[in-house]
Design a protein around this ligand. Structure first.
Ligand SMILES: [Zn+2]
Length: 199
């Protein structure tokens, strides 16, 4: 389902539908945030927990399998290949199953907040396991880590799981379990019905 119709506070900034991503060109034909219905409902739950102080900004949602291949071919053999799960190696990207989301926080006016690194930054500053030492060294501030904690609490309380390498990425379960329940999808983004935004 298209998330746009599910909560008026949701903000969409789908980087793969613009040139503002690590590939440097748009790979999605339309800017659409879609997830499996049960996962979309978890996002509504998380937004209700965060309201009214915070709003969710969605950076990436469901990614059709053929676009995962396109992304992979664009980065294969380059240093950027670590950004992209190889679709030939199971389980591939959870985004292709419609059960993963890249999300961050805005304030109530919709201004994106600083959670320590820009979206899609690779390296220790984006990794959950380095937060304590980066806080100790002053590379991450108390406020930045506090916001990560607020995001993580809301998403975890809504049934989402973190991964070690990216503070913005959440899965609707364990990566080892999800492919047993769900399959990869290649429904085109433009085929997902658009839902009007609620007022
Ligand atoms: Zn992701």
């Amino acid at each position: 389902v298209d998330l746009a119709g599910l909560h008026p506070a949701f903000i969409f900034d789908l980087r793969y539908a613009s040139a503002d991503n690590f590939v440097g060109k748009a790979v999605y034909p339309v800017a659409r945030c879609a997830l499996r219905k049960s996962v979309a409902e978890r996002m509504v739950h998380a937004q209700k927990l965060l309201a009214p102080k915070y709003r969710l900004i969605f950076k990436d949602c469901y990614r059709p399998d053929s676009i995962q291949w396109e992304l992979w071919r664009a980065v294969k053999g380059t240093p950027k290949s670590s950004y992209v799960a190889c679709p030939a190696v199971p389980p591939g990207s959870m985004h292709s199953y419609g059960v993963a989301v890249d999300v961050t926080l805005a304030d109530r006016k919709g201004r994106e907040l600083d959670l320590g690194t820009p979206y899609d930054t690779l390296g220790p500053a984006a990794e959950l396991g380095h937060e304590r030492e980066l806080r100790a060294s002053g590379e991450l501030s108390e406020a930045q880590l506090g916001r990560r904690w607020i995001l993580r609490q809301a998403l975890r309380s809504s049934g989402m799981h973190t991964i070690p390498s990216e503070w913005w990425h959440f899965d609707a379960g364990l990566i080892t379990e999800l492919p047993k329940t769900y399959s990869r999808l290649d429904v085109p983004l433009e085929a997902i019905p658009v839902v009007a935004r609620p007022k």
